[in-house]
Design a binder for this molecule. Structure first.
Ligand code: GCO
Length: 255
C-alpha cells in the first residue's frame, strides 16, 4: 500500500480553535502527517504559545487569530491568506463552546451565542474555504460534531442542536461541493478529556456514568482523534463524502 495514501505533504490545514484541546491535538497530528498547519484561536497568548511549541517540534505553523463568530474577521483572515499565498487545502471546523443550563433558565441570547459559535461559524468558514477550494477542484472539510449530533442530553440543548446541525451541514456541503472535488465529512468525538469537560471529569457521579455508559469504560484522549482526522484529510478518503465518524469508545453503538 502506498504510504502517500495518508500523507499530507504539500498540504495546508486550517484548524479552528486549535490553541488547546481537541483542536490542538488534531493540529499536531495533521502536522506530523506532513501538513503545514494554520492554528486559530481568539487568545493571542495561547495561540502563540501553541505555535511556538509546534515549531519547536519541527512543524511548519502559521497563526491566524480571529473569533470564529466574527464574520468580518473570518473574511479578512481568508483575504490575508490570499494575499500571502496561503492555500487552505484542509479545513477542520473545530472551534466551539459549551453552556450547560436547563432550557427554562436559558436566555435567548445564550442560545444564539452557542449556535453562532458551534454551527454558524462552521458554515461561514466553510463557505470562505470552499470559495477557494472549488477553483482548485480539491479540498477537505472536516466538521467536528459530537455524540449530541445523534443523542440529546439534558442541560446542553443549544450545543445539541448545533451539533445535530453540524451533521446535516456536512451533508449539505457534500450535496453542493462533492462534484467540485471537495470531500466534506465530520468527526463525532465521545466524552474526551478536555478543559471543556473538566467539570464533568471532576464530578464523581458524571465520571462514573461516562465510564459505565462507554463500552471502552474510559474517557477518550484528544490524541485519539488523530487517526480519523488524518484519514479524512488525506487522499485515503477521496471517495468518502457526507459521513460522520464517531470516535466514542463505542458509546453510540451499545445501549
Ligand atoms: C456535555 C459534554 C459533551 C461532550 C461531547 C460528547 O456537557 O455533555 O460537554 O458535549 O463533550 O460533546 O460528544
Amino acid at each position: 500500500m502506498s504510504t502517500k495514501l495518508f500523507s499530507l505533504a504539500g498540504r495546508t490545514a486550517l484548524v479552528t480553535g486549535s490553541s488547546r484541546g481537541l483542536g490542538r491535538a488534531m493540529a499536531e497530528g495533521l502536522a506530523a502527517a506532513g501538513a503545514t498547519v494554520v492554528l486559530n484561536g481568539s487568545d493571542q497568548g495561547r495561540l502563540s504559545a501553541a505555535a511556538e511549541a509546534m515549531r519547536a517540534a519541527g512543524h511548519t505553523v502559521h497563526e491566524a487569530r480571529f473569533d470564529v463568530t466574527d464574520e468580518a474577521a473570518v473574511v479578512a483572515a481568508f483575504e490575508r491568506f490570499d494575499a500571502e499565498g496561503v492555500e487552505i487545502d484542509i479545513l477542520v471546523n473545530n472551534a466551539g463552546i459549551q453552556l450547560r443550563k436547563p432550557m427554562v433558565e436559558l436566555a435567548t441570547a445564550e442560545w444564539r451565542t452557542v449556535i453562532e459559535a458551534n454551527l454558524t461559524s462552521a458554515f461561514v468558514i466553510g463557505r470562505e474555504a470552499a470559495k477557494r477550494m472549488i477553483p482548485r477542484r480539491r479540498g477537505k472539510v472536516i466538521n467536528i460534531g459530537s455524540l449530541t449530533s445523534e443523542l440529546a442530553r439534558a442541560t446542553v440543548a443549544p450545543y445539541t442542536v448545533a451539533k445535530g446541525g453540524i451533521k446535516m451541514l456536512t451533508r449539505a456541503m457534500t450535496a453542493e461541493w462533492a462534484e467540485k472535488g471537495i470531500q466534506a465529512n465530520a468527526i463525532g468525538p465521545g466524552y474526551m478529556l478536555t478543559d471543556m469537560n473538566q467539570a464533568l471529569v471532576d464530578n464523581p457521579t458524571f465520571d462514573a456514568w461516562v465510564k459505565g455508559r462507554t463500552p471502552s469504560r474510559r474517557w477518550g484522549k484528544p490524541e485519539e482523534l488523530i487517526g480519523t482526522v488524518v484519514f479524512l484529510a488525506s487522499p485515503a478518503s477521496d471517495y468518502v463524502n457526507g459521513q460522520i465518524i464517531y470516535v466514542d469508545g463505542g458509546m453510540l453503538a451499545v445501549l
